[in-house]
Design a protein around this ligand. Structure first.
Ligand code: 5GP
Ligand code: MN
Length: 321
């Protein structure tokens, strides 16, 4: 796919990513936005996202991002990044109504068919890596490189997860050659936590429960506790990965209450359990080792439903020679 060819003649271009945008989603959307606005002056280009976490303030022109979704007019080209259409939130309508829909993603749960053009590669570390590939090294600049680098570090856990490939590292090498302070960027956007985030992480770890003979761990945060700390969903990033680091744990579940008998579930796997398959079964999606979904019922219902699938997969794994 050639980005500029696909956008040729367009007067209005829109870009969006998934609800509760993470580093990859924000980095990919902003990277593409910075590139298209540079190459297509005079074209109306808009990027829509729910308000990203404050740590992403270092991304150039992030203040131009639209979180009001007030546009009524149809877009000639609309990009869905890092998401299936029903995870675009209020931007789903823009995508569905656009003259040309472009779907760029790396989630294994994305069937790669919602767009008029589909660029879906589940082996890629991140959507930001795909945007890097599509723009090409020669067309990058420092601001685009920094936005995409943020995406790379967030989806690979700073090049630690198994989705990191030689291509990912080559992309990272190209990106850092633009001279931004990558060390500070990693510290500020990935590791640094506010006091509130640290407290709620501590609380979630303290109240976690091991089950399935120590192969699974779960932690649940209810509305009351979230309100007590004044925590928003952004403040909960990283809790589930921390739970997964417990020795012996194959699958970690973290869930928080989003409404009456309604939970947002995050899962992480050490490799034996395919959490994307489980999340997809319950209407969500993600990757083999990192996935999520929304579920209804009491927290016990949710845990029981998930456990059944996890246990089945672990049993099958145990039977394999
Ligand atoms: P997290 O647990 O960090 O929210 O998400 C882990 C991965 O699963 C991410 O790649 C995220 O995009 C995906 N994911 C999380 N929740 C959902 C969901 O409800 N639906 C879909 N399709 N993907 C999700
Ligand atoms: Mn991603």
């Amino acid at each position: 796919m050639n980005l500029l060819e696909e956008c040729k003649g367009a007067k209005r271009i829109g870009i969006s990513g998934h609800i509760r945008p993470d580093g990859d989603c924000v980095g990919a959307c902003m990277g593409l936005y910075l590139y298209l606005t540079k190459k297509m002056p005079g074209t109306q280009i808009k990027v829509f996202l729910e308000k990203p976490a404050d740590v992403f303030r270092r991304i150039s022109r992030i203040e131009e991002l639209d979180s009001d979704y007030g546009d009524k007019e149809r877009f000639d080209v609309f990009f869905a990044l890092d998401a299936v259409p029903d995870r675009l939130g209020k931007a789903e309508r823009y995508y569905r109504e656009a003259h040309k829909k472009i779907n760029i993603d790396h989630h294994i749960s994305n069937p790669g068919s919602s767009g008029d053009v589909n660029y879906v590669f589940p082996k890629a570390s991140s959507t930001s890596e795909l945007i890097y590939r599509l723009i090409g090294m020669r067309e990058l600049d420092r601001d685009i490189a920094q936005a995409l680098y943020i995406g790379l570090i967030h989806d690979t856990g700073v090049f630690r997860y198994s989705n990191t490939s030689p291509e990912t590292l080559r992309a990272a090498a190209d990106l850092v050659s633009f001279g931004f302070d990558f060390s500070e960027l990693i510290e500020e956007t990935f590791y640094e936590k506010t006091y509130l985030q640290t407290q709620i992480l501590g609380r979630a770890l303290l109240e976690s429960i091991l089950f399935m003979h120590g192969r699974c761990v779960v932690s649940v945060l209810d509305r009351k506790t979230m309100n007590f700390y004044g925590a928003s969903p952004h403040d909960l990033d990283g809790i589930v990965s921390q739970l997964r680091e417990i020795a012996g744990v194959e699958c970690a579940i973290f869930m928080y209450e989003t409404g009456v008998l309604e939970y947002k579930v995050s899962m992480r796997s050490g490799g034996k359990v395919d959490v994307a398959a489980i999340a997809s079964y319950f209407g969500g999606g993600g990757h083999k080792r990192a996935a999520g979904c929304s579920m209804n019922g009491t927290s016990h219902d949710v845990i029981n439903n998930l456990s059944l699938h996890i246990e089945r997969q672990l049993e099958e794994d145990g039977r394999q020679p």
